[in-house]
Design a protein around this ligand. Structure first.
Ligand SMILES: Nc1ncnc2c1ncn2[C@@H]1O[C@H](COP(=O)(O)OP(=O)(O)OP(=O)(O)O)[C@@H](O)[C@H]1O
Length: 578
């Protein structure tokens, strides 16, 4: 139990002070509650000694009033501090996770980890937010108060105090046993909760495909079994604690009766006055009352510990730029120097070397799955190379801090992702300080100003998550406007394969021309027109650059490039202009 309580303090981070304050108020609240005991003692003693002086009523009422007001005030502050601690410490953690994710290699983000992260940031941290501080304060507060009452009992009568102390110790032992039993099950439950979130995410993301193929019934199977597993593991966890709850109840009841019997016995043999006897019996019940409240809350500790361990596990994932520095590269020349890269056992690049001189355009072509996207992503350090090095302006990309590297690179992906935010904020994404005029200028260059202005709310139009409310061509041009505004010296461009209608195609090409003007460009090219205009073409196949040169040079050679050209011509019925 001690370990778990320590974990909550560590989790509170900079909010530890707030948590301690909340505990202090809870403890004070317990002391004010114990004052009732003094009031009661005065009344009982007056009754027993047949004292009819009305003063004792007023004194006892006064003490009760102080106890009540003190309790209300301290409970109020304790609750406020607990609530603030819960929300603030979890907000801090969520921000921390968000920051850390930026520095984790892209290889970490697969279907499982995305479900996992979603579960951590939503449900797992939600549990911690709602109960961590409350549980800690209730458990520790309840425990302190019952120990304080045991001390009071010892002062009144050491024999009664001793019996109560044994009862408290046995109760704590039973609570500790319950916690140990639930430790493994809490971890399992946590894992099932994550699987449930993963299944829900997958179900929702794949809804389009499910409908298109009429697989509604089959697709719910995995989500159904995840829900059942979650239900089963929650039940298991609750059932595991039932025998220990019963044991705790037995301890409380047996020791309450023992205390009662002992008080009567000591009174009968004359070693305890009637007033003391009555007070001690009442106080004994109070000891167990506080302890029971603390014990009930303690059953949540293991679940919280599992939640906190899961949230902390993101910190165990290695990040990429721990040793990076703020670097301003001398130029935007890019060099691949004997680069090896694999996904697990699958080799994608094998001793690949080439140079992209600053201010030139390099087109990468190759069969699907040959590693074109991977090669581009290595420049932006979505992953790190296994061997060799990639330099930008003569500096190894691993020597840059990620932020300082990304200042030099603008990326336009084939699958554009837009955030559920206004168009203006989506364009400003890489440059939050840009003015509205700069946003409009970029949008004009990217040929999207016209369609944005035609929307009712113009640049303030909020687009759906992923840009769902815009056409493919419109999304693409917004992402180009975003890159134009960023104005980075290197542009990585994954040309859209999906056919765009002729009007959109023309605008898209104009937008790309604006973006790439005077820049160092590396593009995954699918259209003959763009490939032909490149200063250098790299043909990637079977983990190697198998051909390199200009269009004029490569078209003369037999090989993949000539095949690619004739395939494209056939596919779109093109004739190569001479
Ligand atoms: N995160 C990943 N983990 C494991 N394998 C991956 C990952 N990303 C890509 N791959 C695999 O690596 C290979 C190269 O992928 P990549 O996307 O770089 O190829 P590509 O040439 O760009 O393909 P395309 O032209 O179809 O877009 C593919 O076989 C792909 O399945």
């Amino acid at each position: 139990m001690y370990g778990t309580l320590k974990k909550i303090f560590a989790f509170a981070g900079s909010k530890e002070g707030l948590l301690k304050k909340s505990l202090l108020f809870a403890f004070l609240s317990g002391l004010f509650a114990a004052l009732q005991f003094a009031a009661l003692f005065i009344v009982v003693e007056a009754l027993v000694s047949d004292n009819r002086d009305s003063r004792f009523i007023w004194i006892s009422l006064g003490i009760m009033a102080v106890s009540l007001v003190g309790r209300i005030i301290t409970t109020y502050f304790s609750t406020m501090e607990q609530t603030e601690t819960g929300y603030c410490m979890v907000a801090e953690k969520r921000i921390h996770i968000g920051d850390r994710l930026r520095y984790i290699p892209m290889g970490y983000f697969n279907k499982n980890s995305i479900g996992n992260i979603t579960a951590i940031v939503t449900t797992t941290l939600g549990d911690v937010e709602n109960s961590a501080a409350r549980v800690l304060v209730s458990v520790l507060g309840g425990f302190f108060n019952s120990v304080a009452l045991v001390i009071v009992l010892v002062v009144f009568d050491w024999r009664i105090g001793l019996i109560a102390a044994v009862g408290v110790l046995l109760y704590l032992a039973a609570a500790e046993l319950a916690l140990r039993k639930s430790e493994r099950l809490s971890g399992v439950r946590q894992h099932t909760q994550e699987s449930l979130v993963e299944s829900v995410l997958e179900y929702i993301q794949g809804m389009g495909i499910v409908k298109a193929f009429g697989m509604e019934k089959d697709s719910t199977q995995s989500i159904d079994s995840a829900i059942k597993a979650s239900c089963r593991d929650n039940l298991k966890l609750t059932k595991a604690s039932v025998p220990y709850d019963a044991l705790k109840q037995v301890v409380v009841r047996v020791f309450s009766v023992l205390l009662l019997l002992a008080s009567i016995y000591f009174w009968l043999n004359g070693s305890l006055s009637l007033a003391y006897g009555v007070i001690l019996v009442i106080a004994s019940f109070m000891v167990f009352n506080d302890l029971e409240n603390a014990g009930n809350m303690a059953s949540l500790l293991q679940m919280l510990a599992a939640s906190m361990d899961t949230a902390n596990s993101i910190d165990d994932t290695p990040v990429m730029d721990e040793k990076g520095a703020d670097v301003v590269p001398a130029s935007s020349e890019i060099i691949f120097d004997n680069v090896d890269f694999s996904y697990a056992d699958r080799k994608i690049l094998d001793h690949v070397s080439f140079t992209i001189p600053a201010g030139t355009t390099t087109a990468i072509v190759g069969p699907s799955g040959s590693g074109k996207t991977t090669m581009c992503n290595l420049i932006a350090r979505f992953w790190d190379v296994d061997a060799g090095r990639i330099t930008v302006g003569g500096k190894d990309v691993r020597d840059f801090k990620l932020d300082s590297l990304m200042k030099n690179i603008g990326m336009v992906f084939q699958n554009v992702y837009l955030f559920a935010d206004s168009i203006e904020n989506n364009i400003k994404f890489g440059c939050p300080d840009a003015t509205h005029e700069q946003v409009v200028e970029a949008a004009k260059k990217a040929c999207c100003h016209e369609f944005i202005s035609a929307l009712t709310d113009g640049y303030d139009t909020v687009i759906g998550e992923g840009g769902g409310t815009l056409s493919g061509g419109e999304k693409q041009r917004i992402s180009i406007a975003r890159a134009i505004l960023k104005d980075a010296p290197i542009i990585i461009l994954d040309e859209a394969t999906s056919s765009v209608d002729p009007e959109n195609e023309e605008e898209l090409q104009r937008a790309i021309a604006e973006l790439t003007h005077d820049k160092t460009i590396i593009m995954i090219a699918h259209r003959l027109k763009t490939v032909r205009g490149a200063d250098q073409i790299l043909v990637l196949d079977d983990s190697h650059i198998v051909q390199r040169g200009t269009h004029a040079e490569l078209i003369q050679q037999k090989g993949l490039y000539a095949d690619f050209v004739s395939e494209r011509q056939e596919a779109i019925g093109w004739k190569l202009a001479q």
